[in-house]
Write a protein that binds this ligand. Structure first.
Ligand code: ATP
Length: 355
């Protein structure tokens, strides 16, 4: 196992810059998830750590040793791909033992490593099969088994579950989490699925347009998003936003929207009265209440089974509400709501969080 240190990493393809200076320290045994929209540079960063992509500038260190110029095979890192990358003509056992056989590891050692990994992953009955005789989930398990038998310093995962159906994804996600609890191997996992990010990560690295936006525990990002991008990216259904003027009067503060609506926001030290600001509230934090301060028109009801997503209009603006209250399946044309002060996020005109 190993720590991984990424310092001022930049990457361009030709003249096209993809990463604009990434700094990140991954601790020994930590599970890090890189998230961000398509094209933000997360796979490129992962591939640079693996050595599959060169670094334009900056340094990558594994256990303190600079690896920029080290070939992938000499970095002692295992990568698990979305495509599984199994050898079709080899059995499951041979796929799993391939790297050890290349290294001329003793036969007994190989047998015990493959046996251990197979029993951890429930692959014992499948060891003699070829990949084409396996389901997608089983193939993904073999790909993970192949990584485990090498006992590498770190595991890199590039969207390993994105080819699986929803049910299997959920199951494999839990298995990956269990495996990590068991092996405690340093892991970096790339996904654009924020449920995977939230459930698997010790820390999430949220990226956008080649820049790290926030690094923190899943709940740090959910409870205290550093900027509008993270606030909008983490959470489903997504956070509601209202832009307006932040105005202080005495001990109180409010946001004045262009349409005349005034929303109390609670006074913040980090912003001046009269500034443009954006208020955010998560759909699950909007409260429905017959005595609520605000009236909204109901536009659309989306039952999810677990709960209900309500789309309403609050003074010309859209607002999403998530509720577990089944009486809201038939709410009538109007509802009254509150936006509790302690649940409000405020962002300045630069998009950064203000407290
Ligand atoms: P996705 O979620 O779609 O996989 P990503 O965040 O992993 O996206 P990358 O694959 O790292 O994004 O790509 C980042 C940017 O770099 C994209 O604009 C992509 O088109 C570009 N890019 C990636 N590889 C190359 C390459 N070999 N040559 C030129 N441009 C590339």
């Amino acid at each position: 196992m190993a720590s991984i240190d990424i310092q001022s990493i930049r990457k361009s393809f030709g003249t096209f810059p993809v990463l604009h200076g990434v700094d990140l320290t991954i601790r020994d045994g930590e599970f890090i998830v890189l998230v961000g929209p398509s094209g933000c540079g997360k796979s490129t960063l992962l591939r640079m750590i693996a050595g599959l992509e060169g670094v334009t500038s900056g340094d990558i260190r594994i256990d303190g040793k600079r690896v920029n110029d080290l070939a992938p095979k000499d970095r002692d890192i295992a990568m698990v791909f979305q495509s599984y990358a199994l050898y079709p003509h080899m059995s499951v056992a041979d796929n799993m033992s391939y790297s050890l056989r290349l290294r001329r590891t003793a036969k007994e050692k190989i047998a015990s490593a493959v046996g251990n990994a197979a029993s951890k992953l429930g692959l014992d009955p499948l060891l003699e099969r070829r990949p084409r005789a396996l389901s997608g989930g089983q193939r993904q398990r073999v790909a993970m088994g192949r990584a485990i038998v090498r006992q590498p310093k770190a595991f890199l995962f590039d969207e390993p579950l994105s080819n699986l159906d929803a049910r299997l994804r959920e199951q494999m996600r839990a298995e990956i989490k269990k495996l990590h609890a068991d092996l405690r191997a340093t892991s970096i996992y790339v996904t654009h699925d924020q449920i995977e990010a939230m459930t698997l990560a010790d820390r999430i690295v949220a990226m956008h347009a080649g820049v790290v936006q926030q690094v923190g525990t899943p709940l740090d990002l959910y409870d205290r998003p550093a900027n509008l991008f993270v606030a909008g990216f983490i959470g489903s259904p997504g956070m509601n936003f209202f832009e307006g003027l932040y105005v202080v009067s005495g001990e109180k503060a409010e946001l004045r929207l262009a349409n005349g609506t005034v929303l109390p926001v609670g006074k913040r030290a980090g912003i001046e009265s009269g500034s443009v600001a954006t208020l955010g509230i998560r759909p699950e934090h909007v409260t429905l209440n017959d005595q609520g301060a605000l009236e909204a028109d109901v536009d659309l009801i989306e039952p999810t089974g677990f709960g209900i997503i309500m789309h309403v209009t609050l003074h010309d603006g859209p607002l999403k509400i998530f509720t577990l209250d089944r009486s809201m399946l038939n709410p009538g044309p109007k509802v009254r709501v509150d936006l509790p002060l302690e649940r409000l996020h405020l962002f300045g005109s630069d998009g950064n969080r203000v407290d």
